[in-house]
Ligand binder design. Structure first.
Ligand code: GLU
Length: 467
């Protein structure tokens, strides 16, 4: 018998943004599917109609697309499957694994209060479980699963290993509400089954759901998927991740200037490891990915580490990829787009911009000199540097280099000779040159700037600042 193709899925509720935890869940599902030559499906769990908007769902797709986690096949809507979910609930009624429960909300609340008073936590046990259908009233009802009362419920989990619960700790879960709408518990099982999902990889806040959901699979005689419940992401202080820890939405990371490639590397390492490898490509992650490398305790968001990972990917990206990433960042951060010739200049300057850049805004900041036009806008520090002494020096330097061959070696030689004649160190020359050429205190080296700007533009900028 051949093993079936691996099918994973990401099943977000459309909250209006892709949460960083959801992004990591999606990444693990995507990595596993790609590692096994399987499929990665997307299902939007849009059954909460009060909160649902198409834009909220689109934001999730946009987040995944930005991260480069392409999904296979058309995304499905859980809400659209309601008819099928109802049909399954009715099939279970017919095969005896479910029953109609007429208990009212008040009765259930009364039971709970009594349980509190009696000091036990036994779940609600419906009096209709064993009722004769002939005694059913003509009243609203829910459809409940007839869950086993005896023994244990066990699931196999690739991360948590074998997990089990006493059957008596589960109530007869509701699958269809009295208005006929399916619950999440039913919908998720039916959808996963119908989509052929072989591996359910999600946050460990769903672990207990897996136990309860396994009972629906059994009642329908369906194969239970393999589960992998991954520990959640915590903040730097070890507490559950929330807004106060910093960005939680993927689009915020895009706007901060992290590259998708770096985010994939960083998110993969949040909970998963491959030996001591911290920095890797997505291709390597696909090659290495398995659940043996998955930790069992929550991982912590660590911005310092993220910056290191980010700096690495900025360093190794091709000039084209890095240019595209900077443009992507500009659009995420609502920075006005560059012209085609500015984009060409940016790409040309990339080898000098990437050094010591942690995030894409660092690259862009260093690119300011090549993206600006005369008159060069000067920051406060540069204005200060360009005093009368500096102006006189720049004047002399302009004369000294204007007829030099325009290459690193000759420019350096001419500047050195000039510096010596003025009793200056080369370093002392660099400050006013930097201020004149870039208007900033952060830029590539002055000779690199001269080469990128070319003779005419360099001389023009020096002259502009020497008068
Ligand atoms: N829609 C659920 C959530 O966003 C996930 C359900 C699942 O993965 O089974 O938490």
């Amino acid at each position: 018998m051949s093993t079936p193709q691996v099918v994973t899925r990401f099943a977000p509720s459309p909250t209006g943004y892709l949460h960083i935890g959801g992004a990591r869940t999606a990444l693990f599902n995507w990595l596993y599917a790609r590692a096994k030559g399987g499929k990665f499906l997307l299902r939007i769990e849009d059954t909460d109609r009060e909160r649902y908007t198409p834009a909220a769902a689109q934001a999730i797709l946009d987040g995944l697309a930005w991260l480069g986690l392409e999904w296979d096949e058309e995304p499905t809507s859980q809400f659209a499957g309601a008819e099928r979910h109802r049909a399954v609930a009715n099939e279970m009624l017919a095969n005896g694994s479910a029953y109609k429960c007429f208990s009212t909300k008040e009765e259930i609340e009364e039971y709970r209060e009594q349980a509190r008073e009696d000091g036990h936590q036994n779940p609600f046990s419906s009096p209709w479980r064993d009722a004769d259908p002939a005694d059913h009233p003509d009243a609203p009802f829910v459809i409940r699963l007839r869950a086993p009362r005896e023994g244990g419920v066990a699931i196999k989990d690739m991360v948590q290993k074998k997990v089990s619960w006493a059957a008596s700790s589960f109530d007869d879960l509701i699958m269809l509400r009295s208005d006929g709408t399916p619950t999440y518990m039913l919908a998720v099982v039916v959808d996963d089954h119908d989509m052929g999902v072989t591996h359910v990889i999600r946050g460990d806040d769903h672990l207990i759901n897996a136990g309860r959901q396994s009972l629906i699979y059994k009642a329908m005689g369906w194969d239970i998927p393999v589960f992998a419940h991954i520990p959640l992401i915590h903040g730097e202080d070890g507490k559950k991740l929330s807004k106060r820890h910093g960005a939680t939405g993927v689009e915020e990371y895009a706007a901060m200037g992290y590259m998708p490639e770096a985010m994939r590397n960083y998110l993969a390492r949040l909970g998963w490891s491959h030996g001591n490898d911290e920095l890797f490509s997505t291709e390597q992650a696909i090659e290495w990915f398995d659940f043996n490398g998955m930790g069992k305790s929550p991982s912590r968001l660590d911005f310092k580490k993220l910056d290191n990972v980010s700096a690495h990917h900025i360093k190794i990206a091709s000039d084209q990829a890095l240019t595209d990433a900077v443009l992507g960042y500009m659009s995420a951060a609502n920075i006005p787009m560059l012209s085609d010739s500015q984009i060409d200049d940016l790409k040309r300057a990339m080898p000098y911009l990437r050094e010591r850049s942690k995030k894409l805004p660092d690259v862009l900041e260093k690119a300011a000199f090549i993206l600006s036009q005369r008159p060069i806008e000067k920051d406060e520090k540069s204005v200060e540097i360009l005093d009368s002494v500096s102006k006189r020096i720049l004047n002399g330097l302009t004369t000294a280099i204007q007829d030099a061959s325009w290459n690193h070696e000759s420019l350096m030689q001419a500047s050195k000779t000039f510096a010596e004649s003025e009793n200056l160190k080369l370093g002392e020359l660099a400050q006013p040159i930097r201020a004149a050429l870039s208007g900033k205190t952060v830029s590539p080296s002055v000779f690199d700037m001269m080469l990128l700007l070319g003779r005419d533009e360099t001389i023009a900028r020096l002259e502009e600042s020497s008068t």
